[in-house]
Design a protein around this ligand. Structure first.
Ligand SMILES: NC(=O)C1=CN([C@@H]2O[C@H](COP(=O)(O)OP(=O)(O)OC[C@H]3O[C@@H](n4cnc5c(N)ncnc54)[C@H](O)[C@@H]3O)[C@@H](O)[C@H]2O)C=CC1
Ligand SMILES: O=C([O-])CC(=O)C(=O)O
Length: 314
C-alpha cells in the first residue's frame, strides 16, 4: 500500500492557529487544513494561500488550504483546536470559560463527525477545562485528547534560566506541572543545565524570581501586546506535540492529560509529564514529589477543578 501524507487540521485561523499552520509547514509534518468560521472563510483561504506561496521559497512540500467546511478536514490524523477568544490586559484565562466552552464543544461535534480517529490537541483557554470539555464532547479515548500548557510554561521557565546563566537554551531542562494558571508548579528539583541541578548554579532568591516570572509568563505577554495573547511560543509548543505524535518520537513532555488516580487525582485534566508518541499519551510519568511540591500541585488542581465545575455545570 502506498504511504500517504499525514493530514493536520488547525481549527481557528487567528494568531495561534495561523502561526501553528506555518510552523507545521516549515517542518513538513503533513498537509494542513486551516479552519475558521464561515464569515471568515475568505481571509482564512487568503492566509492559507499566502503560506502555500511561501513553500517554494522555504523549500518545503506541504499543501495548505483554508476553509470553513469540516468536509475538507475529513480523516485528519491530528486536529489542533485554537478556536476561541483570547484574553486582554486585566483578564484572567478563566474569564474566557463560558464563551470558549461553547466554541470548543461545537468544534468538537464537527471533529467527532469527520475525524473520529484523530489525535486532538487543545489550546483554547482556560485550557485544562477546555480539554475536559473536548474530552466529554468527543467521547474519544483519553490518550487521544491532549491539552497544551506544559510545553509552553516549561519553555518560558527554561528561557529565563538560560538568560540568567547566559547559556544555551538547548542545555536547559525543566518541568512545569499543574494547571495553566498563576499557581502552576515549576519543579525546581527536577530542573538542570546539562545535568547540573539548577540549585547548584543559581542562588535561591533568583530561582524564586524565575519561578514567579514563569508562572505569570502569559500575563507578561498579554500586557505587552495590549490586545491579545502570546502566539509564537504557543504555536511552537503545539508543533512539538504534533511532531511527537506523527513521528512516534516517544518524547517525555508535560501535557494536559486525563488523570484517573495518577498523582492522587481523579476525573481531572491537568498538566503532568507523559510519554507522547504515535498513540498520543502513551504513559503518564509519575514523579516523586516532596510534601511542599505536592501541596503546590494540590492547590493548582483545586483551581483547575473549580473551572471544570463551571464547564460541567453549564
Ligand atoms: N493553552 C495555551 O498555552 C494558550 C492558549 N491560548 C488560547 O488560544 C485561543 C486562541 O488564541 P489566538 O489565536 O491568539 O486568538 P485569535 O482571536 O487570534 O484567534 C481565534 C480564532 O478562533 C476563531 N473561532 C472562533 N470561533 C470559532 C469556531 N466555532 N470555529 C472555528 N474558529 C473559530 C476566531 O474567528 C479567530 O480567528 C485563546 O483562547 C487563547 O487564550 C493562546 C496561547 C497559549
Ligand atoms: O496568557 C494567555 O492568555 C495565553 C496563554 O495561555 C499563554 O500565553 O500562556
Amino acid at each position: 500500500m502506498a504511504i500517504t501524507r499525514k493530514k493536520i487540521t488547525v481549527v481557528g485561523a487567528g494568531f495561534t492557529g495561523a502561526t501553528t499552520a506555518l510552523m507545521l509547514a516549515q517542518k513538513e509534518l503533513g498537509d494542513i487544513v486551516l479552519v475558521d468560521i464561515a464569515p471568515l472563510e475568505n481571509p482564512t483561504k487568503g492566509k492559507a494561500l499566502d503560506m502555500l506561496e511561501a513553500t517554494p521559497v522555504m523549500g518545503v512540500d506541504s499543501n495548505i488550504i483554508g476553509t470553513s467546511s469540516y468536509e475538507d478536514t475529513r480523516n485528519s490524523d491530528v486536529v489542533i483546536i485554537t478556536a476561541g477568544v483570547a484574553r486582554k490586559p486585566g483578564m484572567s484565562r478563566d474569564d474566557l470559560v463560558n464563551t470558549n466552552a461553547g466554541i470548543v464543544r461545537s468544534v468538537c461535534e464537527s471533529v467527532k463527525a469527520t475525524s473520529p480517529n484523530a489525535y486532538v490537541i487543545i489550546l483554547s483557554n482556560p485550557v485544562d477545562a477546555m480539554t475536559y470539555a473536548a474530552y466529554q464532547t468527543l467521547g474519544f479515548p483519553k490518550n487521544r485528547v491532549i491539552g497544551q500548557s506544559g510545553v509552553l510554561d516549561t519553555a518560558r521557565y527554561c528561557t529565563f534560566i538560560a538568560q540568567e546563566l547566559n547559556v544555551s537554551v538547548e542545555d536547559v531542562r525543566g518541568f512545569v506541572l499543574g494547571g495553566h494558571g498563576d499557581d502552576m508548579v515549576p519543579l525546581v528539583r527536577y530542573s538542570n543545565v546539562a545535568g547540573i541541578p539548577i540549585e547548584k548554579l543559581i542562588p535561591a532568591d533568583r530561582i524564586e524570581a524565575i519561578v514567579q516570572r514563569a508562572r505569570v509568563g502569559g500575563g507578561e505577554i498579554v500586557n505587552l501586546l495590549g490586545n491579545g495573547s502570546a502566539y509564537y511560543a504557543p504555536a511552537a509548543s503545539l508543533v512539538q506535540m504534533t511532531e511527537a505524535i506523527l513521528k512516534d518520537k516517544k518524547r517525555i513532555i508535560p501535557v494536559i492529560a486525563y488523570l484517573e488516580g495518577e498523582y492522587g487525582y481523579d476525573n481531572l485534566f491537568m498538566g503532568i509529564p507523559a510519554i507522547i508518541g504515535g498513540d498520543g499519551i502513551e504513559k503518564v510519568i509519575e514523579l516523586e514529589l516532596t510534601p511542599e511540591e505536592k501541596a503546590a500541585l494540590d492547590k493548582s488542581a483545586e483551581s483547575v477543578r473549580s473551572v471544570i465545575q463551571v464547564v460541567t455545570a453549564g
